[in-house]
Design a binder for this molecule. Structure first.
Ligand code: URP
Ligand code: ZN
Ligand code: ZN
Length: 464
């Protein structure tokens, strides 16, 4: 099958030009002006952007967490991602305490295989690291899982102590893997939570008020120091606050291989959302929590200067009706996480490009290219070039939508609310091509489950 995309404005992280793009099979094979070539399908992209498919390097589909399982599985979650212009996700497989990481990987392969609408890779969450398990990390590399997430948060669940963090980082540095860090001081936070509960503070807002930004900054600082001693690159996930960003910036100014992502929730939502009536604040119970609004400008500035390299979603949805409600009596029982995989591209384009904070090139870089580079997928993914996978979005920079759980264009996620309800966005993914197949045509899903393939990722190679 071949596709010719005509008259579009091709935008990558580096280039911006008018051209036709020819796809033969799964790859881009020709790019040029006024291509006269026969194709099975011709798409007119006049007045539209032709951009690399989005890459969301942080999702949790079908994840057991907080006494329940995240509401999107690999079928519904990747389909929603496709609607939003994302053609690759990297999800988190879990090694549970006392069990092999390889067993965890098999479990996640079984969850995704035959279900995913778009291509996917896995990070591995490591929760303990006895010496005899370190060699499993070599096997993970062979199997294309080249990044590991460690937690200084959630004691007793996913938390890892500093000794194990050091050991895992040392090994990662040796074998060319990238450490992803959930940086919050969970030990101190648990003490603050105990104090709050003793005072009868049980409403959703106390989730946020017991997780100060300084406890995020402290954990980032510690992770940076341990990574420096262990000689390992470090990627801070879901960075939420100015205090934490200062630590990343300081590390980068010292020349360390420290990177960070932030997420739309920290750029668009803020602490005041927990004040919504009744139990509504539970929609935004996530870790790290939403912060005071002024932090948003600092995070945008980090995206502008390059101290923050990527925007992921940390998509981890739980329905209000039967999942978030587990914590109706006490915030500690509210499953942590929020939806967003579908709305990332439009939100970032709208506040980023339309409102003049970043260029279209930088938009592509932070939503696609940087993640491809950092996570061993470039140049197969993350760009429009001859030889790259034909993961392409025909994006209308002028189209406006109001995000809502009730808007059939903006909500296909399997969850009964949208965290960005009522937000007006400009810039919308209309047609989405995944490895040479049109899976969304004029906003209608025309793919099928199982179109997506597992991606064996390469070693960490930096951003260059
Ligand atoms: O609240 C969150 N972020 N839930 C998902 C798990 C994690 O820590 O990323
Ligand atoms: Zn996390
Ligand atoms: Zn996460």
């Amino acid at each position: 099958m071949s596709i010719l995309i005509k008259n579009g404005r091709v935008i990558t992280a580096a280039d911006d030009y008018l051209a036709d793009v020819f796809i033969d099979g799964e790859q881009i094979t020709l790019i040029g002006e006024g291509l006269e070539i026969e194709a099975d399908t011709v798409i007119d992209a006049r007045d539209k952007y032709v951009i690399p498919g989005g890459i969301d390097p942080h999702t949790h589909f079908d994840m057991p967490f907080g006494g329940t399982v995240s509401a999107d599985d690999f079928e519904t979650g990747t389909r929603a991602a496709a609607h939003g212009g994302t053609t690759t996700i990297i999800d988190f497989a879990i090694q549970t305490k006392g069990h092999s990481a390889l067993e965890g990987l098999d479990t996640w392969h079984a969850k995704a295989e035959g279900k995913a609408a778009i291509d996917y890779g896995f990070h591995m969450i490591i929760t303990d690291m006895e010496d005899n398990r370190l060699s499993e990390l070599d096997t993970l590399i062979d199997r294309g899982v080249t990044s590991y997430k460690l937690f200084t948060a959630y004691p007793g669940v996913l938390y890892m102590d500093d000794g194990m963090i050091f050991q895992t980082m040392r090994k990662a540095g040796e074998i060319g893997a990238l450490i992803c860090m959930h940086a919050e001081n969970g030990i101190v936070i648990d003490e603050i939570v105990r104090l709050a509960l003793a005072e009868g503070k049980t409403a959703p807002k106390w989730h946020a008020l017991t997780r100060p930004t300084l406890m995020e900054a402290e954990a980032v600082h510690r992770a940076v120091a341990i990574a420096e001693v262990a000689d390992s690159p470090l990627y801070i996930v879901h960075l939420s606050s100015s205090d934490a960003l200062e630590q990343v910036t300081a590390a980068r100014d010292r020349g360390l291989l420290v990177f960070a992502e932030t997420c739309p929730q920290y750029l668009f939502l803020d602490l005041s959302y927990y004040g919504e009536e009744g139990f509504e604040g539970a929609k935004y119970v996530m870790s790290p929590p939403l912060r005071e609004k002024w932090n948003q400008a600092e995070l945008w500035s980090g995206l502008q200067t390059g101290d923050i390299q990527a925007v992921s979603t940390d998509h981890c949805p739980f329905r209000m009706a039967d999942q978030k409600v587990l914590g109706k009596d006490v915030f500690t029982k509210i499953p942590n996480g929020a939806p967003g995989v579908e709305n990332r591209m439009s939100l970032i384009f709208s506040a980023g490009v339309v409102e003049g904070r970043i260029s279209p090139n930088r938009f592509v870089e932070i939503t696609s290219t940087a993640a491809a580079k950092l996570f061993g997928l470039f140049p197969r993914k993350g760009t429009i070039a001859v030889g790259s996978d034909a993961d392409i979005v025909i994006f209308d920079p002028d189209r406006k939508e109001t995000i809502s759980v009730n808007n059939p264009y903006t909500h296909h996620m399997n969850v009964d609310y949208n965290a960005y309800e009522g937000f007006e966005v400009q810039g919308f993914s209309e047609t989405v091509i995944s490895r040479g197949k049109v899976i969304v045509r004029d906003c209608e899903y025309v793919g099928k489950k199982g179109d997506g393939q597992f991606l064996k990722r390469g070693l960490f190679g930096g951003l260059e």
